[in-house]
Design a protein around this ligand. Sequence first.
Ligand SMILES: Nc1ncnc2c1ncn2[C@@H]1O[C@H](COP(=O)(O)OP(=O)(O)OP(=O)(O)O)[C@@H](O)[C@H]1O
Ligand SMILES: [Mg+2]
Length: 238
Amino acid sequence: MECEKDDRILAGEFMIKMKNIAKRYHIGDNIVNALDGVDLQVSEGEFTAIIGPSGSGKSTLMNMIGCLDVPDEGEYILDGEVIAGCNEVQLARIRNRKIGFIFQSFNLLNKLTALENVELPLVYQNLKTSERRRRALEALELVNLADRVKHKPTELSGGQQQRVAIARALASQPSIILADEPTGNLDSKTGAEIMKIFHKLHDSGHTIVLITHDSKVAQQAQHRVNIQDGKITSVNNE
Ligand SMILES: Nc1ncnc2c1ncn2[C@@H]1O[C@H](COP(=O)(O)OP(=O)(O)OP(=O)(O)O)[C@@H](O)[C@H]1O
Ligand SMILES: [Mg+2]
């Protein structure tokens, strides 16, 4: 079953539209306002960085954007779908179709080759084996790993592993690429190579949301959203 559609958004206004999002955690008698009245808008094709110090609410916000969790309050519309009213099954479907996740720790399966890692999420999209392979190879070529498709993660450098993870995110042709500290485990030179790939994806029309505490990384995005104590404090454009 589809979630409720929002016609204004389907008309192509925003890829991400959040209004007054709140998320609270209860620890004993204490309440942590992890997100406290967050408004966020991202248009199709934009490259946005969300930056803030440790504990500011970045991962909580990423979980909301990526439909891994739903807010306690507020509205969230992602690519025309109203997220707040969705159940677990609907959220999982939306994640598979609309979000390409990239994590700091790559999250690849060590027993599978690079190619198999990239193909795996496509299994849930009911694609033929030949189409899965074609898409996975195309994504690996885009991140310049055509000569490493048979390697397993342990036989690849950190930068190469992150490029496999980017290829995996791309292969399902998501509406947005959502990256949480994608350069956090890499040295600065390798991190810069990964950022180059994000620029290439942005140039070819992808919508990217990148979460970081590193101002040098955030500086490279088109828009910077600053978060502090669960609130958005400022938005800077390039
Ligand atoms: N599952 C949880 N239960 C209780 N409190 C939580 C939980 N997850 C996060 N918090 C609290 O919510 C606030 C925001 O946490 P969050 O993980 O979103 O921060 P962050 O900006 O991602 O930090 P970091 O840069 O260290 O990853 C923090 O005060 C944290 O202690
Ligand atoms: Mg975090």
